[in-house]
Ligand binder design. Structure first.
Ligand code: ADP
Ligand code: MG
Ligand code: ZN
Length: 619
């Protein structure tokens, strides 16, 4: 059965098209037959015609009379030999006698259309529709791996086969990710010289799973691998398996693997595999039969590989936590590569890759930008370069300057500036709030250096105080974290100090401070009262950057103690900040005033303002 498939696809299309067309013609003919309109006579004219002996024969049906003239009027065609009359709704007692008098042949027809005709007219359109769907869904199941789409183009296969020549990227286009590239080079070498490995009995890994946060270059790396190996590359996205028709996923998998085997050595790439590869049988996350069948088919296909078949299955996901463990078994996706968010050096090379075609005023500024983009993924950086280039082009400049990058970074990270006019009073309050964060950050011992303070509203924030870590941090000390909480509370405390009350503007600060304190207490064992024990309530997802709930396996009592400790910790930090701000009240005022005047202050401004002797003399 699968053999006839490829050859006959086109024939089937033609056949289906022809059949549909035929049905249409018949249907239209029937319709036409029933709606041929002969000339219409008025009732009076008709009676006159009868009285002059012109009518030979009529047939009566409901309130219409159809009939033939006995001899066509001179100069008329055959068509006008028939006519139609609508009978008036009133009874005409002279009607029948008149007809009899002039010997008109009368025929009566049944009131209703014949049953067959009715059926035909009622059913044909549905038959047509049905035929269309049956055909298109059959096409859909049969077709994989490209080919002409014809009128059923929506049923075209979803697996895109990329020819060797059409992939123009290689490992050079992927910056950073060195260990992943190293692993993949090995596999590329196998795909290029399978015999070298076979002769000493080495088997190639069948499946390789790329895991990493969105935008870390999983898709890019898979393509680059195919580009390096120069083998056919079949790519499909997990979500595409389960579209439109139920029951298609599994057969798509089958066809894709079949084709890849035929063209081995080859690479199959299943992007976003989590959409089909979720843990089976949980009924969670839209898990259903369709998804299970598709997954089972993938597993079966991977098991079915011969030991020396050179087909590599690459898959990518940002949710490895939801994947079915069966996928990870040896012989399936037994190799895993984690793509981390890029470190500073990697960010610099990613920026270099994406600025290859972007002329810069200063090549060295990339290092600085890399330092300021902690936590950004490759995709974010690409976007950043584009934003910067857009701004330069908008201002009709030929080169992109560091200021453009600065602007782009703030825009990407913080959102665009809001064109909002704030009242003087509100502005002053924001200035004091931000100055409060600023002074605390400046005076704290372990905190990251201040980079910028601004009271221009951006995105959701009314103002920002930005600190920049000197290097990417992976590990935080308790001291550093406590200071972080203090800094977060600084804004609100400054408001309290100056105005005697607080505003809603600090909601986000409080949320962050509390979250941090909670983690310190329950996850990182940083509370003396609870000791070095972990009580996870929620945990940050490794790639998604948000928390995922954890089942609670500790007592209600512990929960209360955690809450108490969190409050105690935040209160302690608050007291420290309050004292610090009190001691630096004059600095706070000076900083706020400077902010009101300039709106944005950068590192140098802040340092020269706060480090001047005037500052240390007073207080
Ligand atoms: P993912 O599939 O992990 O979500 P993509 O591979 O689609 O991310 O990456 C999106 C874009 O980000 C890529 O097209 C590429 O331009 C850029 N990018 C991501 N990582 C890198 C990297 N390491 N080097 C160069 N560009 C990258
Ligand atoms: Mg992707
Ligand atoms: Zn704040």
């Amino acid at each position: 059965m699968p053999d006839e498939k490829k050859v006959s696809d086109n024939d089937q299309y033609r056949h289906a098209t022809r059949l549909t067309f035929l049905f249409l013609v018949i249907y239209l003919a029937v319709q036409h037959f029933y709606s041929v309109q002969p000339q219409t006579l008025s009732y009076t004219a008709f009676k006159e015609q009868v009285a002059t002996g012109q009518i030979k024969k009529i047939s009566i049906k409901n309130e219409t009379i159809k009939g033939e003239f006995s001899s066509p009027a001179a100069g008329t065609t055959d068509q006008s030999a028939t006519f139609k009359v609508i009978l008036p709704p009133v009874d005409d007692p002279g009607f029948m006698p008149l007809l009899e008098e002039y010997e008109v042949e009368i025929e009566a027809e049944p009131t209703e259309m014949s049953v067959v005709m009715q059926l035909l007219i009622g059913i044909v359109p549905w038959l047509l529709l049905l035929a269309f769907f049956v055909y298109s869904s059959r096409m859909m199941q049969k077709k994989m791996g490209g080919g002409a789409g014809g009128m059923f183009s929506f049923s075209r296969s979803k697996a895109r086969r990329h020819a060797q020549e059409s992939i123009h990227i290689g490992f050079d286009d992927v910056a950073g990710l060195d260990h992943a590239k190293q692993d993949l080079r090995e596999i590329v070498d196998f795909l290029k010289n399978p015999d070298k490995y076979r002769s000493i009995g080495a088997k190639m890994p069948r499946g390789l799973l790329l895991m990493g946060a969105p935008g870390t270059g999983k898709t890019l790396l898979a393509k680059a691998t195919a580009g390096e190996a120069g083998v056919p590359f079949f790519s499909i996205s997990g979500s595409e398996f389960i579209e439109m028709y139920v029951g298609v996923g599994a057969s798509r998998v089958r066809d894709m693997f079949e084709q890849a085997r035929k063209e081995a050595p080859a690479i199959i790439f299943i992007d976003e595999i989590d959409s089909v590869g979720r843990v089976r049988g949980t009924g969670m996350g839209g898990g259903n039969d369709e998804q299970e069948q598709t997954l089972n088919q993938i597993l079966a296909e991977m098991d079915g590989f011969e030991a020396d078949e050179a087909v590599l299955v690459l898959a990518a996901t940002n949710r490895p936590d939801v994947l079915d463990p069966a996928l990870m078994r040896p012989g399936r996706f037994d190799r895993k590569l984690v793509l981390e968010l890029p470190e500073m050096a990697a960010r610099k090379t990613i920026l270099e890759v994406h600025t290859r075609k972007v002329p810069l005023t200063d090549e060295h500024c990339l290092k600085d930008i890399a330092a300021r983009t902690v936590g950004m993924s490759g995709a974010d950086l690409e976007n950043l370069v584009n934003e910067a280039a857009l701004r330069a082009a908008r201002d009709n400049r030929e080169r992109v300057s560091p200021e453009d990058f600065d602007y782009a970074r703030d825009r990407v990270v913080l959102g665009s500036e809001r064109e909002e006019v704030l009242g003087e009073e509100e502005k002053a309050r924001i200035a004091y709030h931000e100055a409060g964060h600023g002074i605390t950050a400046f005076r704290m011992e372990h905190s990251d250096p201040l980079r910028k303070i601004s009271i221009i509203p951006r995105g959701r924030a009314l103002g920002i105080t930005e600190q920049m870590p000197e290097e990417d941090r992976h590990n935080f000390t308790q001291e550093y974290l406590e200071e972080r909480i203090s800094i977060l509370l600084g804004g609100r405390l400054a408001e309290q100090l100056i105005y005697g009350d607080v505003s809603t503007g600090a909601a986000d600060d409080l949320k962050q401070a509390t979250l941090l304190a909670r983690r310190m207490v329950s996850q990182w064992g940083m509370s003396k009262e609870l000791g070095s024990v972990s009580f996870p309530q929620s945990e940050e997802h490794p790639f998604l950057g948000r928390d995922i709930a954890q089942p609670r396996n500790f007592s209600e009592d512990t929960l209360k103690r955690i809450d108490r400790e969190v409050v105690a910790l935040v209160t302690k930090c608050e007291a420290i900040t309050a004292t610090l701000l009190q001691e630096n009240l004059s600095d706070l005022k000076r900083l706020a005033t400077a902010l009101l005047e300039h709106e944005t202050l950068v590192e140098e401004d802040i340092v020269s303002l706060l480090a001047s002797p005037q500052a240390s003399d007073k207080h």
